[in-house]
Every structure is written in structure tokens, then in C-alpha cells.
Write a protein that binds this ligand. Structure first.
Ligand code: NCD
Length: 359
């Protein structure tokens, strides 16, 4: 199924040349924001945030306001008709008929894609459960372009909750598309990167290894991407307590790192980076959040211009099985098509990327 709108559900739905154009535009906006200050005059952006957010929501709103446009939306679904039991389809259908672009964050994987199937304006995925977060990745890419000067030939360490961290999933998929990047995944056994992301790396022939100790890996890294343990994605508080505080980047560990290491974090930080690292010139996580505004301005402009070729939403087949992932949108919004793509012996859910064996 295709959409006539330039949605952004997963960056990998588009060619790398498209990302590069967005990053280049983000760079130009950063250097001359005034030039773009009326570019979206008369346009409305809706932000529907079904999950908490500071940076993503406010940077989108700031981006639209700095482009001369206006904003509507909610950040607490309990004050909207969602509290009365309205389904995702109806809410997004209506709001998309009010707005020119709709930015959505939702706790369930595949929600943005589900909304895009019936919306009357482009949908931007601002995080769908533990699945993907493409606009954080655009932020990360612009940050690396500005702070490292290249998106190639980097050894990238990812540390923390690699299982549930959607920013990690999107960034690994994206960086595997640039030449010669190597990955070091630093996590406990329980919080390892999902296999579907490792499959993407294997398919690209990208080199990666998995280690348990940050101090063993830090010395070889050009980029260290720290992440928060995603408390809200754990089945129980007890499970979370077992994982929290395992990784803390502090001044002592920074002594072992390269002089030109770049430390990133999508934020919010809990305690995985000691506050005393903030003054280290290699700590780039605050400026990273600022780059997010420029790249989101670039994205809003590009989507509203609509000159790029939209990506298809669904191209697989409908099956009479349910997705085995209980956190997939097809299991909560049951009117959605059970659409899968067959690869080898596996069926891949087109909403959440979960694999199931073909019977
Ligand atoms: C991240 C998110 O929401 O996934 N934050 C963000 O968008 N800046 C990371 C997180 O919540 O840990």
C-alpha cells in the first residue's frame, strides 16, 4: 500500500541520498536560520504525544515556529478523546484533516505506520515504543557531520539498553549504510541488541562485536552513544532494578578514551553519565539536542514541499496469523491488516519488524 504523502516512519524507507539532503539542509539552516524564518507561514503542525517527551516534542515545536508556522496538539492523551476510548485511526484521521503535518510519539511499535495508512497529511514518527526513532537519528547524523566531519570510517560504541532503546535501533540501521563503520555493542546479556538489527548489519557486511564492559571498549571508540535503561519498557520494576546503574561513564573512564572521542546521548540522562563529564570538551550531548531543531526544520520543510518520492507503506501480504510481538500495534488496533514480508523461512511484521517462522 502506498501513500501520496512524504511520511517518515523509518529512515531506511528512503535512500541515503535523501538523508544526506536533509542533513545538508539542516547544516545550511544552522548557518543562516533567518533565511528560513517565513518558509512555513500559514502551515500547521500537529504534535500528538501519547508518551512523555521534552526534547523531541519541543524541538519539533520550536522548529515549526522558527519556520513561521503554527502548532496544535496534545502531550497528555488523557486530556483528549483518547481517554474516552477513541482509537488511533480516528484520532489521527481527524487531526490530519486539521493540520498540514502530523508528528506522533506512541508507546506501541508500528503506531506511526498505522496512522499513516489512513491519515490525510504526512506523518512523522517521533518514536514508536521500543522500535524506531528516525528524527533522533537525523539529529545524531547532523551532530556527527558537524562534530566529526564525516559519517564514514567510524568505530561507534553503543552502551546501555540496546534491547529497548529505539534511538539505538534507528542509528545502527542508519550508520550501517555509510562506508566502513564498525560497531561495538556494550550491554548486559539481558539488554542486547535485537536480532533483527544484527541481521541488517550482517546483510550490509558491517563489522560488529558485543562486549559487557565499557572500560574494555572505550579506548577504541570514535563515538560513544550512551543510553538510558528504558524503565518504562520493563515487564516489572524488579527486572529494571537489576539492570540500572550497570553502566556509568565518568571522568575516570574518560581517561582511557581517544582525545577526539565524541560522546552522544539522546537524553534524558538518568545516571549513566556522571555530571562531571559535562565539562569535558568531548561531551557533545547538549549541543546534539540543539542540532535536533535544525534538522527537524529541514525535515518539516522537505515534507511540506513534497518534492521527494514518498516511500510505500506496506508491500507484503496479509496473513491469517497475529504478530507474536505483544507490543505491536496490530495487536492493540485489531482492525489493521496483518501484513508480513516473507524472507527465507521468516515472516517479518511490516509494522514492528518482529520475525516469526513461516509455517
Ligand atoms: C529518547 C527516546 O524518547 O527514545 N529520547 C529522545 O527522544 N530524545 C531516549 C530515551 O527516552 O531514553
Amino acid at each position: 500500500m502506498s501513500s501520496s504523502y512524504l511520511n517518515l516512519i523509518d529512515l531506511n524507507d528512503y535512500p541515503v541520498a535523501f538523508w544526506d539532503r536533509l542533513i545538508e539542509l539542516g547544516h545550511n539552516i544552522k548557518n543562516d536560520p533567518e533565511k528560513y524564518s517565513q518558509s512555513c507561514k500559514g502551515k500547521i503542525m500537529a504534535t500528538l504525544f501519547y508518551e512523555p517527551s521534552t526534547r523531541t516534542q519541543m524541538s519539533f515545536q520550536t522548529a515549526m515556529i522558527r519556520l513561521g508556522g503554527s502548532i496544535i496538539g496534545f502531550d497528555n492523551p488523557s486530556t483528549s478523546s483518547v481517554a474516552k476510548g477513541e482509537n488511533l485511526k480516528d484520532t489521527t484521521k481527524i487531526v490530519s484533516s486539521y493540520a498540514d503535518i502530523l508528528v506522533m510519539r506512541h508507546p506501541v511499535a508500528g503506531a506511526a505506520k498505522a496512522a499513516a495508512l489512513t491519515a490525510d497529511c504526512p506523518i512523522i514518527n517521533a518514536g514508536d515504543g521500543g522500535h524506531l526513532h528516525p528524527t533522533q537519528t537525523l539529529t545524531d547524523l547532523l551532530t556527527l557531520r558537524e562534530e566529526k566531519g564525516s559519517l564514514e570510517n567510524l568505530t561507534i560504541g553503543m552502551c546501555g539498553d540496546l534491547k529497548n532503546g529505539r534511538t539505538v535501533h534507528s542509528l545502527v540501521k542508519a550508520m550501517s549504510m555509510y562506508k566502513n563503520n564498525k560497531f561495538v555493542f556494550i550491554s548486559t546479556d539481558a539488554l542486547k541488541l535485537p536480532s533483527y538489527i544484527k541481521d541488517v548489519l550482517s546483510a550490509k557486511g558491517a563489522e560488529y562485536k558485543e562486549v559487557e564492559r565499557l572500560e574494555d571498549a572505550i579506548g577504541e571508540l570514535d563515538v560513544l552513544y550512551m543510553t538510558r535503561i528504558q524503565r518504562e519498557r520493563f515487564a516489572s520494576e524488579e527486572e529494571y532494578q537489576k539492570q540500572k546503574d550497570v553502566y556509568v561513564l565518568d571522568r575516570h573512564k574518560m581517561l582511557k578514551a581517544k582525545k577526539d572521542l565524541v560522546v552522544l546521548h539522546p537524553l534524558p540522562r538518568v545516571d549513566e553519565i556522571a555530571v562531571d563529564v559535562d565539562d569535558d570538551p568531548r561531551a557533545k550531548y547538549f549541543i546534539q539536542a540543539k542540532y535536533g531543531v535544525y534538522v527537524r526544520m529541514a525535515l518539516i520543510l522537505t515534507v511540506l514541499e513534497g518534492k521527494e518520492q514518498p516511500a510505500p507503506l506496506l508491500f507484503g501480504k496479509e496473513y491469517r496469523i497475529s504478530c507474536p510481538n505483544s507490543k505491536c500495534i496490530t495487536n492493540t488496533e485489531t482492525y489493521l491488516p496483518k501484513s508480513f514480508v516473507g524472507i527465507g523461512d521468516n515472516l517479518i511484521c511490516e509494522f514492528c519488524d518482529e520475525r516469526t517462522l513461516m509455517l
